[in-house]
Write a new protein. Structure first.
Lengths: 274, 284
């Protein structure tokens, strides 16, 4: 077989596989713009008329604005906190290789195994007691706590790959620990910071189980909860449900597309080596 | 205060915020879980009745627990193996840097951006409107035998992209010199994969298997959204069982005992698997 034929066959195969993986999205997109009668007549066919009405009605009936606001607030705030406190902690843990900081490191890593279920009941009780149940800030703090282990593991692996020389010369120039970290080390962490932003944003944005436990009132429902309850109430009006689904993917997809060029570099140096 | 102590304290302030939040929201509730597991308690009333080990003894006689363990293990094994196999195959296909490969990579990763709830809903309709209406294959989600496999497919679809990205990162880190040397010796692609790529990416294999194992054992969202644990209790997982004990059956004490045993089991299995995989890394 000639080389060019082989190459084009491989390319064709690659595209076919990717299309197969992407095919479920066809359903989501088609259903979101189909009117009810067309849905009954022929579900999988391409819609004759694009029925945008599904989107406007879904936004109104599901209270999408509120869910979007709750999801944005919880995701942005918790990811900022996670990024800040975990890069700082990982920096010291990776640089001070002594028994004390190693102990803290193993405490974090060990906790990665803890399933949410094993702290669910006590956390639920505590949050009620502390008046943090059904509040966004309560959810944010619990979510941050739960993402610390993973993020420290990811980031500290990366810190080890940053050469120490720059910090040492800053030290000689008399720069303090904080200014060394924020002016020199933190900018060098860019690839891992971007990776941790993507992975943590996905995790918080898509969280269902902790949300279901800690956000039980309508006023604090985030997007996954809205999806869950709206679908339960609208399984007959599929068009509405899928319009809501499409809307809810857009923000997180935009974030991913913006930051995706960092993700492979970040994972190489963080997750795999660490 | 002398200079050295001051510097040490300053260093400690770097880990302090993470440590405080972690202690309050993870360690403290985790420790509180142990006393709760020795009580009979509905989760609300102020009185907890101490019952010793009876919750723990009950776990081993409860067929619902056994059923949930079986379901969870099927899901874990299937998703762990296939997400990794597909992730690795895709990675090998599109690891080279090129414009078209970048686009394909993005497309394959996109399912990972969806919430598990949303993935479950989309696949409910893939199963009912495509599998059944077009091909006549009944939805696995309606079958007590196949439901866990049906849920596994959803998870594999979503997580393959993540596994792929980790493998691509690892493959791109392998030095080209090895491949050039192998080509001089006239090695076939399969030989190159077996002798160079696979051993060199062993740490990524360990990372992915351990992660997928942990995700699998904790699975909650897929059965909750796609089947609500049904048909009957055919897709109730351990995580769901614990959730139901608190919020549906009001048996918080018993649920907590299951959670404690569950945590120990996850700890044991993860340690065992990652030890085995790491030992293999050294062997090669």
């Amino acid at each position: 077989m000639s080389r060019s034929l082989k190459n084009s066959l491989t390319l064709l195969l690659k595209i076919a596989v990717t299309l197969l993986v992407s095919s479920p999205f066809y359903i989501a997109i088609i259903y979101s713009v189909k009117s009810k009668p067309e849905m009954v007549a022929n579900r999988l066919a391409f819609p004759k008329v694009i029925h945008w009405d599904n989107f406007t009605r879904a936004i109104e009936t599901s209270n999408f604005g509120l869910a979007l606001k709750n999801s944005l607030v919880t995701t942005v705030v918790s990811v900022v906190i996670i990024t800040l406190i975990c890069t700082m902690a990982s920096y010291i843990i990776a640089r001070k290789n002594n028994w004390f900081y190693n102990g803290i490191y193993y405490l974090f890593i060990g906790a990665m195994i803890i399933p949410f279920q094993s702290i669910m009941t006590p956390l639920y009780i505590d949050m009620t007691k502390w008046k943090l149940l059904n509040t966004l800030h309560g959810f944010i703090m619990a979510k941050v706590g739960f993402q610390i282990a993973f993020t420290v593991l990811l980031v500290s692996g990366f810190v080890k790959s940053i050469p120490k020389e720059l910090e040492e010369s800053a030290n000689i120039d008399g720069a303090g620990l904080y200014s060394t970290f924020f002016r020199i080390v933190f900018p060098l962490m860019k690839p891992i910071v971007m990776t941790s932003i993507i992975l943590n944003s996905l995790n918080v944005w898509n969280d269902f189980q902790m949300s279901l436990t800690l956000l039980q009132q309508k006023a604090v429902r985030n997007i996954p909860l809205t999806q869950y309850f709206f679908f339960g109430e609208n399984s007959i009006e599929l068009g509405l449900a899928f319009a809501l689904f499409i809307l809810s993917i857009i923000p997180i997809l935009m974030l991913y597309l913006m930051l995706q060029k960092y993700i492979i570099g970040g994972i190489t140096s963080g997750a795999v080596k660490g | 205060m002398n200079q050295k102590t001051k510097k040490r304290l300053q260093e400690f302030t770097f880990v302090l915020p993470a440590l405080i939040i972690f202690a309050i929201f993870v360690v403290y509730p985790f420790l509180q879980g142990f006393p709760i597991s020795f009580t009979k308690w509905d989760g609300m009333s102020p009185v907890k009745k101490y019952v010793g080990f009876s919750n723990y003894i009950r776990i081993f006689q409860d067929t619902n627990v056994l059923n949930a363990i079986k379901n969870t293990l099927i899901f874990t094994a299937v998703t762990m193996v296939f997400s990794n196999i597909f992730g690795l195959i895709f990675a090998l296909m599109i690891s080279k840097k090129s414009k078209i490969n970048n686009i394909l990579r993005t497309c394959i990763f996109v399912p990972y951006c969806l919430s598990l709830v949303l993935s479950s809903y989309i696949w409910r309709y893939v199963y009912s409107d495509v599998f059944f209406d077009v091909f006549g294959i009944p939805s696995p989600l309606g079958s007590t035998v196949w439901v866990m496999f049906g849920l596994s497919v959803i998870s594999i679809w979503r997580d393959t992209g993540y596994c792929m990205v980790v493998y691509i990162a690892a493959i791109q880190g392998v030095s080209k010199d090895y491949y050039e040397a192998a080509e001089l010796e006239g090695a076939t692609p399969w030989q190159k994969f077996k002798a160079i790529t696979f051993p060199m990416i062993a740490p990524a294999v360990t990372a992915n298997f351990t992660l997928l194992l942990a995700w699998g054992m904790k699975v909650f969202d897929y059965p909750m959204a796609a089947t609500a644990g049904g048909p009957g209790r055919a897709s109730e997982t351990v995580a769901m069982l614990i959730y139901n004990n608190l919020f549906t059956y009001f048996k918080a004490g018993y649920g907590q005992a299951i959670a404690v045993v569950f945590t120990l089991a996850i700890f044991a299995v993860s340690t065992l698997v990652s030890k085995n995989l790491r030992a293999r890394e050294v062997e090669i």
